[in-house]
Design a protein around this ligand. Structure first.
Ligand SMILES: [Mg+2]
Length: 192
């Protein structure tokens, strides 16, 4: 059991088996947003992105990617492209001792493409569906969980799922995450 989820005598976790989670938007947060990237050669990692994931792994957080991929609805690429790209990203993360626990993508768009992808879904951010799915499939403790995104719609999804959201404006993602984690840890031992 990682140190961060050891039960604390004075402030026991609501459920000791639950873990905090970090939700990452993908394009513009983990990798540069070039618009509809769907192949490994189109991916440039943001500075500190892989290190940030490793930091969260080491701190005992579950790590999820929640990404709108309307390029599928638009017919630009397939869901298999998305899954293959995410497997490649996972391999890249493994190379630095990091991992994502699960990738969630929304292939829909309300106005573009054809059914079934053209639909008013519950997963396209700002809807919280991908976050709620992760929280249903994994033992997530919402308190102390957070999302990092580069758009307001990411933050709206976080708010609707009942977790904190941080707007990433570029720069060293590992430094941003280190600050967020320090704040969460301070609050969790601070209450009195
Ligand atoms: Mg983005």
């Amino acid at each position: 059991m990682p140190p961060s989820i050891m039960p604390n005598e004075s402030h026991p976790a609501p459920n000791a088996n639950r873990r905090r989670a970090a939700f990452f938007d993908r394009d513009g947060v983990l990798n540069e947003d070039i618009g509809f990237a769907h192949r490994p050669d189109q991916i440039t990692w943001m500075p500190g992105a892989r290190e940030a994931v490793k930091r969260l792994n080491d701190a005992g957080f579950l790590v999820f990617v929640v990404t709108n991929q309307a390029g599928v609805a638009r017919g630009l690429y397939s869901e298999e492209h998305v899954r293959t790209l995410h497997r490649w990203m996972q391999q890249e993360l493994h190379a630095v001792g990091a991992h994502v626990d699960a990738f969630y993508h929304c292939p829909h768009h309300p106005e573009h493409g054809e059914p079934p992808y053209r639909t008013d879904c519950a997963c396209r951010k700002p809807e919280p569906g991908m976050l709620l799915q992760a929280m249903a499939e994994w033992p997530v403790e919402p308190k102390g969980s957070f999302l990092i995104g580069d758009r307001d719609t990411d933050l709206q999804a976080a708010q609707r799922a009942g977790i904190e959201g941080t707007l990433y404006r570029g720069g060293d993602l590992d430094a941003v995450v280190a600050g967020i984690v320090a704040g969460i840890m301070a609050r969790s031992t601070d209450v009195g």
